[in-house]
Design a protein around this ligand. Structure first.
Ligand SMILES: Nc1nc2c(ncn2[C@@H]2O[C@H](COP(=O)(O)OP(=O)(O)O)[C@@H](O)[C@H]2O)c(=O)[nH]1
Ligand SMILES: Nc1ncnc2c1ncn2[C@@H]1O[C@H](COP(=O)(O)OP(=O)(O)O)[C@@H](O)[C@H]1O
Length: 401
């Protein structure tokens, strides 16, 4: 067996292959991809909250300040960069919280290329690396007063570790019992419109005279907890989600009659007479679209609440023994100062504690073969596991050397 091909990205090399000289800072990482050097971290402004990105184009010897999209990682004490492919950089943040250690900077993915066309600038986009895959979200739609909220609340009460609610943004005023950040993010119209323009929303629609929308972050936060996300959104929103790359289960809730819908809406007592009438008018077209468009996978009649809830549980496979929720296990890699990184095809081996493999106390593998999702949300499907230095780690390294 030859020498293990370890390399350190702890300190920036004074001289980059392009011949440019850079200030060496421990919180910077540089990596060459496709004729460009990406310099990550070490923003000029020391008080910057998130990691900066600059690009040196070797063909023109020009610096580029790219448009940076996505969820940006906070600055950290140090970082490492490796490139598992030509389209993205994998960043390991030192001294970070367990589930906040691995990030991706996309430099040439389909998302980045599409955004470059829209912005007319070079674009790079961050996403946080997450272990495992998100479960298919559940989209629930139906006219106002049909019982969506009641059914969702029952589900969340009975299975608190299974399901999480996607907290929407809205420009409508809060009802008496509603809390900001729990029932909705109550937002100014101008702020919400700006965020929509910045690509932060998965979908949005104007409903009953107000703007409502699901932010990408709202859905990702639920999945981060290892829970299945429930979206209570209108039919237009459901159509947008259907048209997106997200795979979801679509359920439409129907009232037994328009009279009963009106009775429930009035009995709830949360709307003015004018608002009740508007919601009832809109209910007719919502019902037409919901029942006939083929948009929804399942239609549930909410006549008797208990029966409807049982049917909902059956659809979700929860009528028998539900088993236990998918837990997101804590990631226990806390990278010390002098690590070694071994890059193989689809696998990156990180040797913590010592550059000498045989002396290493902990050897971890990052499996990047099944990545999905990505910027501007999360990159999921990352597998991280500890490997025995005597078997898998050495096997991979042997193949490399
Ligand atoms: N498109 C979209 N619709 C939403 C969103 N959040 C809530 N809605 C829908 O907006 C409508 C009005 O919601 P709300 O004002 O809470 O009244 P409710 O229907 O009587 O509970 C309902 O059809 C919701 O499903 C969202 O994020 N996006
Ligand atoms: N099956 C049902 N039978 C009678 N009342 C119901 C039923 N389902 C819900 N309700 C009541 O109807 C009202 C509207 O329900 P809600 O969940 O707020 O509707 P939505 O979220 O669809 O607007 C609430 O007061 C709720 O308690």
């Amino acid at each position: 067996m030859g020498e293990a091909p370890a390399f350190y990205i702890e300190e920036l090399p004074e001289e980059l292959p392009s011949g440019i000289t850079l200030k060496s800072r421990s919180c910077e990482a540089a990596i060459d991809i496709g004729g460009k050097t990406y310099l990550i971290g070490g923003a000029d402004d020391e008080s910057a909250l998130s990691l900066g990105v600059r690009i040196f184009d070797k063909s023109t010897s020009q610096w580029i300040n790219p448009t940076v999209l996505g969820t940006k990682p906070k600055t950290c004490k140090g970082l490492w960069a490796v490139s598992p492919g030509q389209d993205r950089v994998l960043i390991i943040r030192k001294g970070s919280q367990p589930d906040d250690g691995i990030w991706f900077l996309e430099v040439d993915t389909p998302y980045v290329r599409e955004q470059e066309k829209l912005h007319g600038t070079k674009v790079v986009a961050w996403s946080k690396g997450m272990r495992g895959n998100a479960q298919k979200p559940i989209v629930i739609s139906g006219p106002s007063g049909v019982g969506k909220g009641t059914l969702v609340n029952k589900l969340m009460e009975e299975f608190p570790s299974f399901f999480g609610f996607s907290v929407s943004h809205t420009t409508r005023a809060p009802r008496v019992m509603e809390k900001d950040g729990i029932h909705y993010h109550f937002t100014e119209k101008s702020v919400m419109e700006r965020d929509i323009k910045d690509g932060k929303f998965l979908e949005y629609a104007s409903v009953h005279g107000n703007l409502y929308g699901t932010s990408i972050e709202a859905v990702e936060l639920v999945a981060d907890e290892g829970k299945r996300c429930i979206l209570d959104i209108d039919v237009q929103g459901a159509r947008s989600v259907r048209a997106s790359s997200i795979e979801a289960m679509f359920i439409f809730i129907c009232p037994p009659s328009m009279e009963e819908l009106e009775r429930r809406l009035r009995a709830r007592g949360t709307e003015t007479e004018e608002q009740v009438l508007k919601r009832l008018r809109n209910a007719k077209s919502e019902l037409e679209q919901g029942v006939s468009s083929g948009l929804f996978d399942h239609i549930l009649y909410n006549d008797n609440l208990g029966d409807c809830y049982q049917r909902l549980k059956k659809l979700l496979g929860l009528d028998g023994n539900a088993g236990s929720a998918v837990q997101s296990l804590p990631l226990e890699i806390n990278l010390p100062l002098k690590d070694s990184v071994y890059v193989g095809k689809n696998k990156i081996i990180i040797c913590c504690g010592s550059s000498e493999l045989k002396e290493s106390h902990s050897l971890f593998a990052l499996d990047v073969s099944s990545l999905n999702g990505g910027a501007p949300g999360r990159t999921r499907g990352l597998a991280i596991y500890q490997v025995d230095p005597c078997c898998e780690g050495l096997e991979v390294i042997n193949k490399l050397s």
